[in-house]
Design a protein around this ligand. Structure first.
Ligand SMILES: [Zn+2]
Length: 478
């Protein structure tokens, strides 16, 4: 038996998270503090996320392009709120080619400055709009407290940047992309999310509105998993995206930006992994299934080889990403343990006894269920099982969130219960001082004001003054 190396969630959640990543061979720290080396298994999951999202981005009418890593300081300075929000966490290049630069270059913390400037050059008339572009890139934010995937100094993401003729069109774009992110989270990552609007205090610097998807992790903390910003005309004015309107007037464009990052992988881990390691949803798994032949010595191995190769072929033909683990230096138990920690959705065991009976053993990673399957049926059974696992993971995450979602009208009750985590649906009057008090006293923030919620007027949970509209969602967050 290999030694257990993963802390239990109940004992030390933070250590469990790091152990799951290390033992699942997802990523490790680099020698530069806060930077992350993403290993092939972790990167393979990111590639699946990219592919699923990229298809959706293109299906909703966008194209990909690429903009530079360096942003001249003077560009970033143009949008006052934006630079104030981001400058403290920017890395700045002051030297190049052995000389001090005339103008320092910021390493992009996000790309509004460079992209909006470019759009300004591209746009002359209303006929040049809309511009609907996305880029896949890395960005750098000088974070002081980092955690693999959730918050790293350099991270990978996509950032969409669009420019429109009217505010209505831009506002619709913001919601379209929020819907795309929610679809990705729920139907690919199997993480249920709440779509909603951020309060002014939690907005993207320079935006007139920020929307997000918010997920609940197994420890009861919220994770902001994607954001979509209505930038109004703020960036168009700062970076001069102006155009001749249909009526012949000069007008400023309306812009949006939206992004999700490698943080989603942290969300996937904290939504599904268990005390034995990762549990990867089938749609994200670089491998859906691993066949572990059980043999001793070359003669037994040779007797199984043809059947194993046949199963690999049949499974691949059924769309299953599969490989046979035929490493001779490892015992089957060690292989089981390794693939379990990596969260491969299905394991297929096949030994001499199974061969004699014409069967294989199929085991699910998510709930540990084993079934005996006729060898000839394995491709169909596993393909169907992957669909079941994907939907079971979402159902389980939904049930967990429902268990920890509370409608609360009493501030004292909230204060005593927030220590155990969860989503608290509470009335809020809209006053920043009530929001700030909650944060000071409980470390909880308003995650969002849900897009979908019943009208529920009544007194603010903090100050008792009237609050109309839907209840805000309060939680402690990553
Ligand atoms: Zn209030």
């Amino acid at each position: 038996m290999a030694r257990r190396k993963i802390a239990k969630r109940a004992d030390d959640y933070a250590q469990w998270y790091l152990d799951v990543i290390a033992e699942g061979q997802m990523a490790e720290h680099s020698m530069v503090r806060g930077c992350m080396i993403i290993k092939p298994w972790g990167y393979g999951i990111w590639e699946r996320i990219q592919r699923e999202l990229d298809d959706r981005i293109k299906a909703s009418g966008h194209e990909n392009a690429y903009f530079p890593l360096f942003v001249p300081k003077s560009l970033l300075d143009k949008e006052a709120e934006h630079v104030e929000g981001f400058a403290p966490e920017c890395a700045v290049v002051t030297h190049g080619g052995g000389k001090e630069l005339e103008e320092p270059l910021f390493v992009r913390p996000t790309s509004e400055a460079i992209i909006c400037t470019t759009y300004g050059n591209w746009v002359e008339s209303w006929r040049d709009l809309p511009i609907l572009i996305n880029q896949w890139a890395n960005v750098v934010r000088w974070e002081m407290r980092t955690r693999l995937f959730l918050r790293t100094m350099e991270f990978l993401w996509q950032e969409g940047h669009t420019a429109h003729e009217t505010h209505d069109e831009a506002a619709a774009e913001v919601q379209t992309m929020l819907d795309v992110y929610a679809d990705l989270a729920e139907n690919v990552l199997a993480i249920p999310v709440i779509k909603g609007r951020k309060t002014a205090a939690e907005r993207f610097p320079g935006a007139i509105d920020t929307y997000s998807i918010e997920a609940l992790m197994q420890d009861g903390k919220a994770l902001q998993a994607g954001t979509s910003h209505d930038l109004g005309q703020n960036f168009a004015k700062a970076y001069d995206i102006s155009f001749q309107s249909r009526g012949g007037e000069m007008e400023y464009a309306w812009s949006t930006s939206w992004g999700v990052s490698t943080r989603l992988i942290g969300g996937m881990i904290m939504a599904h992994a268990d005390d034995d390691g990762l549990v990867v949803p089938p749609l994200l798994a670089p491998l859906h299934a691993v066949i572990v032949p059980i043999y001793k010595g070359e003669e037994e191995a040779a007797a199984l080889r043809e059947d194993v190769d046949g199963m690999v072929t049949a499974l691949r033909a059924a769309g299953v990403r599969v490989k046979a683990d035929v490493r001779d230096h490892l015992r089957p138990g060690a292989k089981f343990f390794e693939w379990e920690k990596k969260g491969v959705p299905v394991r297929i065991e096949y030994g001499a006894r199974d061969k004699a009976a014409g069967n294989v053993v199929v085991k699910r990673r998510d709930n540990g269920e084993k079934q005996i399957v006729p060898r000839g049926d394995v491709a169909g059974v596993v393909a169907a099982l992957l669909v079941t696992i994907q939907s079971d993971l979402l159902a389980r995450a939904r049930a967990r969130r429902a268990e920890r979602s509370y409608v609360v009208d009493d501030y004292a009750e909230f204060r005593s219960r927030i220590v155990d985590g969860g989503f608290f649906h509470m009335r809020w009057c809209g006053d920043v001082s009530c929001e700030a008090r909650v944060k000071d006293e409980t470390k909880a923030t308003i995650r969002c004001i849900p897009n979908e919620g019943d009208e529920d007027a009544g007194p603010c949970v903090v100050c008792g003054k009237g609050a109309d509209g839907v209840r805000a969602v309060f939680a402690r967050a990553y």
